[in-house]
Design a binder for this molecule. Structure first.
Ligand SMILES: *[C@@H]1O[C@H](CO)[C@@H](O)[C@H](O)[C@H]1NC(C)=O
Length: 239
């Protein structure tokens, strides 16, 4: 009886210590996220993927924040037709572009990724691609992608260059680079590994005759003006 009680106490403590990121930290990094219950999925993901240092967590959360608009979009808004016939994504069958469009916090895309993630997780994601937009499967596919592309090793380097290599692996290009770097800086600050060694230069812009910088509307302390910056809609000229 005593042993059982002790075991229960130990198990409860183990559960507690797996809460790596706190609700407050999540809110500071992704204020638009209206799903506090995702915190459990996030902490499970960090454990599952050995995303267990401040630098790893900052890089992972920054990429997720950009890809899903702070965990608001678990499915890409566009219909996916842009990915039709993309051999690199393994989209070999008619309709694959739309079928395997971006889903989950990291926006898993393409038949090849859905097939490989499904195989690794023991799920038939090729025939049930919609599963990826559920929090449980979505976060697990995000961890699968992170591990499969060996992004912890890049995150460990902690340099702007290594973070840009992560962006390239996640996005395939440089889409949203400045936005991702903003989130990275914010996350490092919130989680406690911002050593100030990397200063991020944001693109400059001019709006209403005032010079500013292009950044996420969430992070702008002044006024955000649309139409002066490249990239997604929430990257605006902060003046
Ligand atoms: C998908 O979106 C594209 C671009 O927005 C549009 O041209 C196309 O007609 C859409 N296809 C379908 C099947 O909805």
């Amino acid at each position: 009886m005593f042993a059982l009680l002790l075991l229960t106490v130990v198990m409860l403590c183990a559960q507690q210590s797996s809460a790596i990121i706190t609700a407050e930290q999540l809110k500071a990094i992704m204020p638009k996220c209206k799903h506090p219950e995702y915190l459990n999925n996030i902490n499970d993901a960090l454990v599952e993927g050995s995303i267990n240092t401040c630098l790893r967590q900052s890089a992972f959360l920054a990429q997720l924040a950009h890809e899903s608009g702070q965990l608001v979009y678990m499915e890409e808004i566009a219909n996916g037709s842009d990915y039709e016939g993309r051999i690199k994504l393994g989209n070999t069958e008619p309709g694959d572009g739309m079928r395997f469009k971006g889903r989950g916090p990291i926006q898993l895309t393409g038949r090849a990724n859905y097939a490989a993630a499904g195989k690794a997780l023991g799920l038939d994601l090729v025939n049930n691609p919609e599963q990826v937009k559920t929090p449980y499967v979505g976060f697990r596919t995000s961890v699968w992608f992170w591990t499969n592309r060996q992004l912890n090793a890049l995150a460990d380097q902690g340099t702007l260059d290594s973070f840009r290599q992560i962006t390239k692996k996640v996005n395939g290009g440089t889409n949203g680079q400045a936005d991702r770097e903003q989130y990275w800086a914010k996350a490092k600050n919130v989680l406690g590994c911002d050593d100030g060694s990397v200063s991020i230069t944001l693109p400059t812009c001019t709006a209403n005759g005032v010079s500013g910088v292009c950044m996420s509307t969430t992070n702008c302390k002044g006024r955000s003006v649309a139409g002066h910056c490249a990239g997604p809609k929430d990257i605006q000229c902060c003046i």
